[in-house]
Structure formats: C-alpha cells, structure tokens
Design a protein around this ligand. Structure first.
Ligand code: ZN
Length: 310
C-alpha cells in the first residue's frame, strides 16, 4: 500500500514520519468506524494504538525480491488433485489462504481498489510485510500453506489453496472469502506473519467478531471459529515452542477483529494466524527457517484436525 493514497485523517500532517502517518491513518479510520461498532472497535483501537498491528495491513517491502522466489517445498500440483481420499478425514474440505501475493507490490493500483466487505469498503489486498533482510511475508505464507496442505492431505482432507502466486496479484480479500464459502469448507485458515516493531514477538490467532452488514453476517461462525482458533493456537505453541504474542491479546494469543474482509464475509469457520513478527530479529530467525515452518504447518494442521474430529 502506498502512504500517498491514505484517506485524509484529521491528525495527518506532512511533517510526520511515514510510520507515524501510517499509524495516524489507521487510528483515523478506527475513529470513523467506531460510530458503527463502539464496543468492538474499542478493543481494536487499543490494539492499533498500542502496536499498529494489522493482518491486512502492509508496508511496502524495503527490499524488492524476485517475483517468483523458489519455494523449498515442491507443490504437488497447481490444481490440487485430491487423491482418492483415504484417511480419517476423508470427505472434509479445508481452504488455506496464503496471505498476500509476492506480485502485489508491483500491482499497487489494482490491490488498492476498494472492495465491499459488507460492513465497510476496504482495499482489495495489501503487499504484506517483509523481514528486515527482505524475506517477503507472501513467500512465507505460501510456503507454510503448501506444507500445511501436505500434512492435511495425508489425513484424507481435500485441500484448496486460494492462490499459489500463480496469478500476478491478489486475490482480493472478498474473493479469498468467497473461495472458502463456495468450497463449503469445513474450516478455513488464512496464514500471515505480522510486521510490527522489534521486541514484539510471538504468534496470535485472529477470530471473527460478530458483525452484520451487507453481505457480512458472522453470527453462525463466531463460535466454531473460536474453537478452531483455540485449537490451532495451542497446537502451534506446542509444535513451534513459540509463545503467544507479547504485544496484544493479553497473553492469550487470541484477538477478535471486526475489520477484516476475509473474516467478515466468511460463512465458514475461519481464522487468521499471525505466525510471528517479521520485523523482530529473533522471530525472523524462526520465520526464515524451513524447519521451523514445517513445525508451524504441523501445529496449524494438528489444530485443524482436532477441530474436524480427526
Ligand atoms: Zn499479512
């Protein structure tokens, strides 16, 4: 996302730093939206003020990486041929949403276009963050998603990825939600890593708030999504050894948000996971490790499998 496109904020001033402008823009948006959902927003605003965190948020990558970075995990196939499903979870469908797209930063005008998220309008997608050395969140999310697919398919689950960087940019957040809905997924997980200041560490799971507006109505998924999220969080902690985030969620590793289109538009149980903070050197050392990413995928898979009763 480009800072220049930020909607006007009463606090904005050209003299402030880019980080500060980003920060105030987010706060300005929160204040505007608070008219609609004061109680839910109160918590969210606090999070924003404290950390500037946001799963759909992004800063432009500082270091431009090749668009098609090789993945250490070979993809079994672009069109996931579900092997004649055998295993304890045959008949179940899981949609995995690798956050962002490595091509997004080259298509800022496309991804900046607003889409309808029911309760609001929001950018189609964002670039995602990077480590300080330039490892892109979008590379991380796709790698973990592919590893997760392999683990789940071994259990007989039919797995659908929302994309495999097999398109120039996107999908938009409304399409990401639609893919889960149209697949009638038993569970949907959107994989991310956060990009907040150094010293902020750990994972957190983002759960859908109860929202209603336009095409958004999460009443039926709030409960099962929490169950899914709690299971993923505890298993992720166990397999990776990571602690719940030390900068939001009060140490629970769980955060409820009402501003994410990917959650608001979902009709299927869905959570986001922020696996760690790419801007913290210690977390980045984990996120860039293929061995650690395998543990991360295993933990997420174990949580999903438990949720599905496998
Ligand atoms: Zn993200």
């Amino acid at each position: 996302m480009r800072y220049d496109d930020s909607p006007p904020s009463p606090e904005s001033a050209s003299s402030v730093s880019p980080d500060r402008r980003w920060f105030t823009r987010r706060s300005g948006l929160a204040v505007g939206a608070a008219v609609l959902a004061p109680t839910l927003l109160a918590g969210w605003v606090l999070v924003q003020l404290t950390t500037g965190a946001g799963a759909d948020d992004a800063r432009p990558p500082r270091i431009v990486m090749p668009a098609a970075a090789p993945s250490p995990t070979p993809s079994s196939s672009a069109a996931p041929a579900t092997p004649q499903a055998k295993g304890p979870l045959a008949g179940k469908t899981v949609v995995i949403d690798p956050g962002h797209n490595t091509g997004n930063f080259k298509h800022t005008s496309e991804i900046d276009k607003k889409v309808d998220i029911g309760t609001n309008r929001k950018e189609c997608d964002t670039t995602g963050t990077t480590t300080n050395a330039g490892y892109m969140e979008a590379e991380f999310t796709l790698d973990v998603s592919r590893r997760l697919r392999t683990v789940l398919e071994a259990k007989g689950v039919k797995v659908v990825l929302t994309h495999e960087a097999d398109r120039a940019w996107g999908p938009c957040i409304d399409e990401r939600a639609r893919i889960g809905n149209e697949a009638a997924a038993d569970a949907v997980v959107s994989v991310h890593a956060d990009g907040v200041s150094s010293g902020n560490r750990g994972y957190h799971i983002i759960l859908p708030a109860k929202v209603k507006g336009g095409a958004a109505d999460t009443a039926k998924i709030v409960g099962p999504s929490r169950d899914l999220g709690e299971r993923i969080g505890s298993n992720f902690a166990r397999t990776t050894g990571s602690a719940p985030a030390n900068y939001l969620g009060s140490g629970t590793g769980l955060v409820v948000r009402d501003d994410l289109g990917g959650l608001n538009l979902s009709t299927r149980p869905k959570v986001f996971i922020e696996c760690g903070n790419m801007r913290d050197a210690k977390d980045a050392a984990l996120l860039t490790s293929p061995e650690w990413r395998q543990k991360a995928a295993q933990g997420i898979a174990d949580g999903i499998v438990g949720f599905l009763g496998g």
